[in-house]
Design a protein around this ligand. Structure first.
Ligand code: COA
Length: 558
């Protein structure tokens, strides 16, 4: 079928549907929801069999839904209607939630139901639920829907519904003096990603994001107990919570201590070492060791890795490689493995060019430390979405095991034509060939975990459920393998041969020469793209590589 996506943006959910439906042989084209006339034009050009709205913030115009079959993905269970669906479910402590595919009609979310899928609702951040359970359920429900449309004789069901309002800040309000940690955490989780909760710190208004429970610290309710790296700890009536990120009025989302440097005058609350804390607390880098395997996790918000985070992670990796282990597993965070350098901290820096330079060098140092590790076999266990430099940082490990369902974006050009570094020129061509590497970089399209393994870019795609357990088992097998010594020797020999053929320093210097031009050259594209990315500027047009119906030869070839 010819399926037109009408969507607010090409977010990870839309990317996943794009890949899954393309793989099933459907022809997909995408138009961002900019104005009704642009959508109408896209429909006219593409002549779709079906219009799908995976992530829409406005209603589809009547001029379209009255003439074409339009199906809308609603992030709520059957009968749920209206905005903030997931926010209400999380804040109200629903045990089960789901998604529904509805036919667009005049009344929002009230059209007949084509398919739905439910899941148990974790008490977690909204952004995490959306990228995991919601996305999986949407894929399931949309594939059922497309098959039903294709079949031609399915009668969608009309159901009674309950409409709710847009959740406003007054519904989200938190009171540090009277509410428990659990209540405040549920509210912050329901607002995570967007819009956050309007509150204050140091007497200044700001929106709070990225909350973490704290099991040990206590204090006067509402008081600020201290800071750890980028997070601030605040007491509640029965304990405390950590706030990882904040957004000041007219500002961008930033690590809490960067937005409020006055936090550095509070008591510092460091953890004793890298060891994974036994109790709930804020810990961005954590290490565990089991049966000859070291597991290094890095829970960096949104997968963005600032200069300091890269430096701290490099130090942690070097420390881990000094341990008497045989395998190091780089686990990343729960929702993201890595999305490369931290564009928000770069944007907020006094000199974004200098900070870009420092950040790319710091992430390259990390990649180089992984590449030069001679004492262990290394595995990147990519359990969360990964983009740009993060995809190549993972490839620096000897093996990359990726969870089925993860979305990868192994390219840089969407960020103002960035050339990219992280040794991609060394790591990518041997895996996919020179032409393959150029194609991946040029096409700027997302890739599924399965496709990455099919191409030879990553090594294994492991099923979603049980990924963590599977990774631990496989890593233990690797550490216990009879030929472990031979594998390590082979790795060392390969590195030496590669170094003799062309030193890593040369790859790095060549990449950084291009990056220097991106950061300091006459063409400001990277700075402009980064500004629009971090300020979440609304799209004013759909990129040509997504809006295939706008290809000049579209009408001739169809
Ligand atoms: N630096 C800072 N923030 C980043 C980031 C980065 N490198 N990558 C993603 N984020 C943030 C986004 O701003 C967004 O923040 P918010 O929703 O909390 O406000 C959040 O992570 C999720 O990103 P989003 O784009 O909504 O997720 P997605 O899953 O739809 O898309 C990517 C994933 C990787 C395609 C997209 O985030 C991206 O292009 N990131 C930039 C990658 C990059 O160019 N890195 C620099 C070069 S190495």
């Amino acid at each position: 079928m010819r399926i037109l996506f009408l969507t607010h943006s090409f977010n990870s959910l839309t990317q996943r549907l794009y890949c899954e439906l393309s793989q099933l042989g459907h022809q997909i084209s995408i138009e961002f929801d900019i104005t009704d006339s642009v959508s109408e034009e896209a429909v006219f050009l593409f002549k779709p069999d079906l219009i799908l709205a995976p992530f829409l913030k406005r209603a589809i115009p009547e001029s379209i839904w009255s003439r074409h079959l339009c199906l809308v993905v609603h992030p709520g269970i059957v009968g749920d209607r209206g905005p903030s669906a997931l926010d209400w479910a999380i804040q109200n402590g629903a045990r089960e939630w789901g998604v529904t595919v509805l036919q667009a009609e005049a009344e929002m979310d009230a059209g007949p139901v084509w398919a739905s899928a439910n899941f148990p609702l974790r008490q977690e951040k909204k952004s995490s639920i959306y990228r995991n359970e919601t996305t999986e359920a949407v894929v399931q429900a949309v594939i059922v829907t497309v098959n039903r449309v294709n079949g031609g004789n399915f009668q969608p069901l009309r159901v009674a519904g309950q409409a709710h309002e847009l959740m406003k800040q007054k519904d989200r309000a938190i009171n540090w003096q009277t509410e428990t940690s659990a209540v405040i955490l549920a509210k912050l989780n329901a607002a995570d990603g967007f819009p956050g909760i309007a509150n204050e710190l140091f007497g200044q208004p700001c929106h709070l994001f990225d909350a973490w429970p704290e099991a040990m610290l206590k204090g006067e309710p509402g008081s600020l107990l201290g800071y750890r790296e980028t997070a601030i700890c605040r007491a509640t009536v029965d304990g405390a919570l950590w706030i990882g990120h904040v957004k000041k009025p007219a500002g961008i989302k930033l690590p809490a201590t960067q937005a409020f440097p006055e936090a550095l005058a509070l008591p510092e609350l460091p953890l004793a070492d890298y060891g994974k804390s036994a109790h709930a607390t804020w810990q961005d880098i954590a290490y565990e060791e089991v049966a000859g395997v070291g597991f290094l996790s890095f829970e960096f918000y949104n997968g963005a890795m600032s200069t300091r985070q890269c430096q701290r992670l490099t130090a942690a990796f070097l420390w881990a490689s000094s341990r008497p282990t045989r395998v190091i597993v780089l686990r990343g965070g729960r929702d993201f493995w890595s999305n490369g350098v931290h564009l928000n901290t770069i944007e907020a820096a006094e000199s974004p060019s200098d900070e870009s330079w420092a950040n790319i060098n710091a992430i390259d140092d990390l990649a180089e430390a992984i590449l030069r590790c001679e004492t262990q076999l290394t595995v990147a266990a990519v359990g969360g979405n990964t983009g740009a430099g993060g995809c190549f940082l993972a490839r620096a490990a000897d093996q990359v095991w990726v969870r089925d369902g993860v979305m990868l974006n192994p390219h840089y050009k969407n960020m103002g034509n960035l050339f990219g570094s992280e040794f991609w020129t060394y790591l990518l061509p041997p895996r996919v060939g020179d032409a393959g590497a150029q194609a991946i970089m040029r096409h700027r399209l997302p890739m599924t975990a399965q496709a990455a393994v099919r191409l030879g870019f990553y090594d294994s795609c492991l099923p979603g459920p049980g990924f963590t357990v599977d990774v631990a088992r496989r890593a233990a097998e690797l550490a216990g393998a009879d030929d472990f010594a031979a594998q390590l020797a082979e790795k060392q020999a390969k590195r030496q041969a590669d170094e003799a053929a062309k030193p890593l320093a040369d790859y790095r210097a060549e990449e950084l020469k291009e990056m220097r031009r991106n950061f300091y050259g006459f063409d400001p594209s990277y700075h402009v793209a980064r500004y629009h990315f971090v300020t979440r500027t609304l799209h004013s047009w759909t990129p040509r590589h997504l809006a295939r119906h706008r290809d000049l030869d579209w009408e001739i070839t169809q």
